[in-house]
Design a protein around this ligand. Structure first.
Ligand code: KE4
Length: 428
């Protein structure tokens, strides 16, 4: 496969962009080699600048559930562009989007639009602290909620101890306001509340984790978080930036029947343009400026082009509910019968092939994976025109544009890898 132009542009990019990319995971550091520079996307395909075509399971990291260049979204953006790009003033379609979100996710009685998932989670945390008057946050190891200072932490020495920064540049005090617990551990959550209960402002969780790879909640885990937060007067925040409109139109909260106090949304909500939101209980949201004392603002919040794209995408998903059954079928075909020493986790149309023979239920089990073997698998598929997320610890996504043939080709390429790598059968 010729990738000369991508390699040349990647080398050129290094002098002006850190690592040559505008988001770290895109640099292929976890799998090696040079990232592909993309010329365009269409349907389930990406096309790089060397003319290679790929079946795309990254989907811009989740937003493109309808596939690349969907007509409903493109036409909506083209029409909105005729009227201008940004006004810094309220527009009708922002109200229509807030109303549609409340219809789709009844827990989101009120919402505020922002530009990224990071902005959404950062704002939701500030609101939770402002509403409760408390300072501590509980999060879970392996869950990622954007590059919010206080959430870039790893667990302290023991269970339920205060966090320590997991990146340079975060003051110890910020990290110390966060308790990082093992995902899926009810016992750890109970212990944290026993120890810090009255000081915990909120628990923030990816209801299906996607940022350590795809790790669904064990039965009872989300229910326990709902009960614990209610009992102790803390807010439950579902970070549905990835799962919202992905696991079903109503996201994880619909799938698992849990009503969080606040929800953060991103990715699909913008139809591929920069748009995110946080929202939830009206009594909580009414503390947000200009109504209340919790400040949050944004120049391009509710941007007309992004909102037009998001409205078109969500309306299309609402009006074509059969899409979710199709996504389920395609993803199930892709993830059927994993080979030995591979654990496949899937929730709806998000999935991860973990290179381990053990179940993966939290970060501790995820990080045991053979990342070298994953990297070889990744490149084996890439060479055959199948583009998985370039990291063992990311979720892949099937879109409504992926065909039966796409899935068949992908399964065939994967099977070839596993058969080539399989030890010869022992003589009977
Ligand atoms: P953004 O700021 O990247 O829009 O959203 C942050 C975020 C918040 N919450 C969840 C559950 C998320 O998955 C994300 C971002 N996801 C990553 C993918 N693992 C974005 C890809 C990237 O960082 O380049």
């Amino acid at each position: 496969m010729n990738t000369a132009r991508s390699e040349a542009w990647f080398a050129r990019a290094q002098s002006r962009i850190p690592g040559g990319v505008n988001s770290p995971v895109r640099a292929f550091k976890a799998v090696g080699g040079a990232p592909r520079f993309i010329a365009r996307g269409q349907g389930s395909r990406l096309f790089d600048i060397d003319g290679n075509a790929y079946i795309d399971y990254v989907g811009s990291w989740g937003p493109l559930i309808l596939g690349h260049g969907h007509a409903a979204v493109s036409e909506a953006v083209r029409a909105a562009l005729e009227d201008g790009t940004s006004f810094g003033a309220p527009t009708e379609r922002e109200v229509e989007l807030a109303e549609l979100i409340a219809q789709i996710m009844p827990s989101m009685e009120m919402s505020r639009l922002v530009n990224s998932g990071t902005e959404a989670t950062m704002s939701a945390l500030r609101l939770a602290r402002g509403f409760t008057g408390r300072e501590l946050t509980v999060k879970f190891e392996g869950c990622y909620h954007g590059h919010v200072d206080s959430l870039l932490v790893k667990a302290g020495s023991g269970m339920a101890t205060l966090g320590i920064a997991d990146t340079a540049g975060v003051p110890a005090g910020f990290a110390a306001s966060t308790i990082a617990l093992p995902f899926n551990s009810v016992a750890a959550a109970e212990q944290a509340f026993q120890r810090h209960g009255g000081k915990i402002a909120c628990v923030i969780v990816e209801p299906v984790a996607g940022n350590m790879g795809c790790v669904p909640p064990l039965p009872g885990f989300l229910e326990a978080l709902r009960e614990l937060t209610a009992r102790h007067g803390a807010l439950l925040i579902f970070d549905e930036v990835m799962t919202g409109f992905r696991l079903g139109l109503g996201g994880a909260q619909q799938r698992f029947g849990i009503r969080p106090d606040l929800t953060t949304l991103g990715k699909i909500i913008g139809g591929g343009l920069p748009l995110a939101a946080y929202g939830g209980r009206a009594d909580v949201m009414k503390r947000v400026a200009p109504l209340g004392p919790v400040y949050q603002a944004g120049t391009l919040s509710g941007n007309p082009l992004a909102v037009a794209a998001g409205l078109a995408a969500l309306r299309y998903l609402r009006d074509h509910p059969e899409i979710y059954g199709e996504l389920e079928r395609r993803a199930a075909q892709l993830c059927a019968c994993p080979p030995p020493q591979v654990t496949v986790n899937r929730a709806g149309s998000m999935f991860t092939f973990f290179f381990t023979g053990r179940p993966v239920t939290d970060w501790e089990s995820a990080r045991q994976c053979d990342t070298e073997r994953f990297a070889r698998f990744f490149h084996h598929l890439l060479e055959r025109g199948v583009y998985l997320p370039p990291s063992q610890f990311e979720a892949g996504f099937v879109s409504a544009a992926h065909s039966e043939e796409d899935i068949r080709r992908t399964v065939e390429a994967a099977r070839e890898f596993f058969e080539a790598a399989a030890p010869p059968p022992s003589n009977p």
